[in-house]
Design a protein around this ligand. Structure first.
Ligand SMILES: Nc1ncnc2c1ncn2[C@@H]1O[C@H](COP(=O)(O)OP(=O)(O)O)[C@@H](O)[C@H]1O
Ligand SMILES: [Mg+2]
Length: 253
């Protein structure tokens, strides 16, 4: 069998909370999830609000750790990897752009500069990356906060790409964008997969977006992995009754 890029084996995530009576009780956020993310493909993670989609993504670059179970990257336990190396290899793009004060070029080269890249090399790397995300090099010296939200989201992506990740985690990256800017991000995702061979894991609540870009779909519901299937199978012939309900817009939160 081919080793998947990322795999979860019997993963349970709990968080402290309170029960209905207001007593301390830990709640199960992800319940014994076993699933995998194929190398070089786009997996769309779907499910109603509160299903555990964002929580699952947080486990994949160790913003949180599971209570039990194992997560592997190229077959290696995440916990055996240096955390900084892991977060370079598994990059994250959030719902809202997360830029620092400063210019676009300063933002894009933040990671490489921390690692001591020369200014000249940083500049040429930024020029390469800004074109890769479909923006013009003329924007490099603009203060980042003068760009539109759609442009800022692409700069966030360029800053993540500057770390030369192998995996991109995207948590509803288009939900703050207008339709045109959202379409650009979707095209870019497909482009990054084919040009750089990246593995992308993409949370969306818009089914049409998943149909458009996903190779594989993972459906979560109440912290459980309901179905993971090639996108064509999931959309045309889902195996699980809850998948059929979800596609009909009838799966309850
Ligand atoms: N910081 C938190 N502390 C405690 N519980 C949380 C926190 N964030 C989310 N949750 C709970 O975890 C569950 C899964 O949330 P989340 O992963 O954000 O779902 P989704 O992204 O699918 O909407 C929900 O029941 C939510 O209420
Ligand atoms: Mg979420």
């Amino acid at each position: 069998m081919i080793t998947p890029k990322l795999a979860l084996e019997d993963v349970t995530l709990q968080r402290p909370g309170r029960n209905a009576a207001g007593e301390f009780a830990s709640s199960v956020i992800l319940n014994r999830v076993t699933t995998s993310f194929p190398r070089g493909q786009i997996t769309a993670v779907l499910g109603p609000s509160g299903a555990g989609k964002s929580s699952l993504l947080r486990l994949l670059n160790r913003l949180e750790d599971p209570a039990s179970g194992q997560i592997t990257l190229d077959g290696e336990d995440l916990k055996s990897l240096n955390i900084f190396t892991l977060r370079r290899r598994v990059g994250m793009v959030w719902q809202l752009p997360t830029l620092f004060p400063g210019t676009v070029v300063e933002n894009i080269t933040y990671g490489p500069r921390l690692r001591g890249i020369t200014p000249a090399r940083a500049r040429s790397k930024a020029e390469e990356l800004i074109l890769m995300v479909g923006l013009e090099a003329g924007l490099l010296d603009r203060p980042a906060d003068t760009l539109s939200i759609g442009q800022q989201q692409r700069v966030s992506l360029a800053r993540t790409l500057a770390n030369e990740p192998e995996v991109l985690l995207l948590d509803e990256p288009t939900s703050a964008l207008d339709p045109g800017a959202a379409a650009n991000i979707l095209h870019l995702m497909v482009d990054l997969k084919s040009r750089l061979g990246l593995t992308l894991i993409f949370i969306t609540h818009i089914l049409e977006q998943a149909r458009q870009v996903a190779d594989q779909v993972l459906l979560l519901h109440h912290g459980e992995a309901i179905e993971a299937a090639p996108a064509g199978e999931f959309f045309n012939a889902p195996r699980d009754q809850r998948s059929r309900l979800f596609l009909a817009g009838q799966l309850e939160v």
